[in-house]
Design a protein around this ligand. Structure first.
Ligand code: UT7
Length: 328
């Protein structure tokens, strides 16, 4: 038995925020953003759109494309750093919207690695006899926690959601191996400092702009440039493959320079690498499922392809999943 992705979906808000738009908002330039990150535009969800709305849009499509009913889902995982609220979980809100009355539901907090973490949980859950279908969603409205006075961060992120339904299948397709990890000593490098029990919301926290994302970009850059190829190597080795066996490489879409470093180390060419950060920026947990959805639509991923997913993010977390694309 293998856990197979049997349906994908996505949800992207319509409004585009281009680098030229940002030039009017902060001291930045299209040239700097493109050269330093590779991003040209990103999507922004305007109020009153919530994280659960994007998640639901992606989920509904994934369930439909999987060819199952929402009632058949046993578990719903929403990977997000920007939930509708602290509690209840966004997963419970999505469960209700879908009418997935037989599913347990929880949110998963692993930053940009959330979707990869979610796949690993789904994979292990599906080994149990009483679990048949798991829905994993990566959904973010990062724009709502971005400080549009901070040029170091506001140019990098965008909003969106992607979803995958996983079911059980034969050994021919599905997840072959996965590796997850975390280095909590780097927690301070990417966080939203206030609003939790460490620093409850107060007039002062709002005045000091502590409810916005804070990032030490250089530290994350160093970490990401190292970890992407390391995790790739581990996850491939675990399943008995090497870099040259990879048909499609799907890296987390944070920065084109991080992706190029990994491609160079692993000797993976551009035609095997999925890149969509130019259009959407870093949509955190949504990057990988949205990239997979688009690639499948465009016919870039075919049944039988060896697909390598790798992500890193707040935590610091990191993870990789290797799968043989397709379903029975
Ligand atoms: O999903 C995980 C989340 N995050 C990441 O993966 C982010 C990883 N890090 C990065 O992608 C890069 O470190 C950044 C894109 C954040 C920064 O790129 P960099 O090439 O490392 O730039 P830097 O931080 O070294 O800054 C270089 C200069 C600085 O000016 P000074 O001090 O040299 O005068 C910055 O103030 O660029 C300046 N700068 C900007 N200039 C124009 C920073 N942001 C901007 C901007 N526009 N938006």
């Amino acid at each position: 038995m293998r856990a197979q992705i049997i349906g994908l979906g996505y949800g992207l808000p319509e409004r585009r925020l281009t680098n030229q738009d940002l030039e009017k908002m902060v001291d930045t330039s299209d040239k700097w953003i493109v050269e330093r990150s590779g991003i040209r535009e990103r999507r922004i969800a305007d109020q009153p759109i919530k994280c659960s709305d994007l998640a639901y849009q992606a989920a509904e499509m994934a369930v439909q494309r999987a060819g199952i009913s929402a009632q058949q889902l046993d578990l719903i995982i929403v990977a997000t750093s920007t939930p509708d609220m602290f509690f209840p979980s966004t997963a419970c809100i999505v469960q209700d919207l879908l009418g997935a009355t037989n599913a347990a539901a929880f949110d998963l907090s692993a930053g940009c690695t959330g979707f990869v973490y979610g796949l690993d949980v789904a994979h292990k859950y599906l080994l149990a006899d009483d679990c048949h279908y798991v829905l994993v969603i990566g959904a973010e409205i990062i724009s709502r926690i971005l400080d549009y006075e901070d040029r170091n961060t506001c140019v990098l992120f965008g909003d969106g959601a992607g979803a995958a339904v996983l079911g059980k299948g034969s050994d021919a397709y599905g997840i072959l191996s996965s590796v997850l990890g975390a280095d909590g000593s780097g927690a301070a490098h990417l966080s939203m400092p206030a609003g939790g029990t460490a620093m409850p919301a107060s007039l002062e926290t709002v005045q000091n702009r502590l409810h916005f994302l804070r990032m030490n970009g250089n530290e994350i850059f160093r970490f990401a440039s190292r970890i992407t190829s390391e995790i790739s190597s581990q996850v491939l080795q675990k399943a008995g493959y090497t870099y040259s066996d990879v048909d499609i490489f799907v890296p987390h879409q944070a920065n084109i320079r991080i992706i190029r470093t990994a491609m160079k180390r692993m000797n993976i060419p551009a035609e095997k690498t999925l890149i969509n950060l130019d259009k959407y920026g870093n949509t955190s947990a949504a990057c990988i499922p949205v990239a997979l959805f688009e690639a499948e639509q465009e016919g870039r991923i075919k049944a039988g392809d060896l697909v390598l997913l790798v992500a890193f993010g707040a935590g610091l977390t990191y993870g990789g999943v290797l799968l043989r694309w397709g379903r029975d």
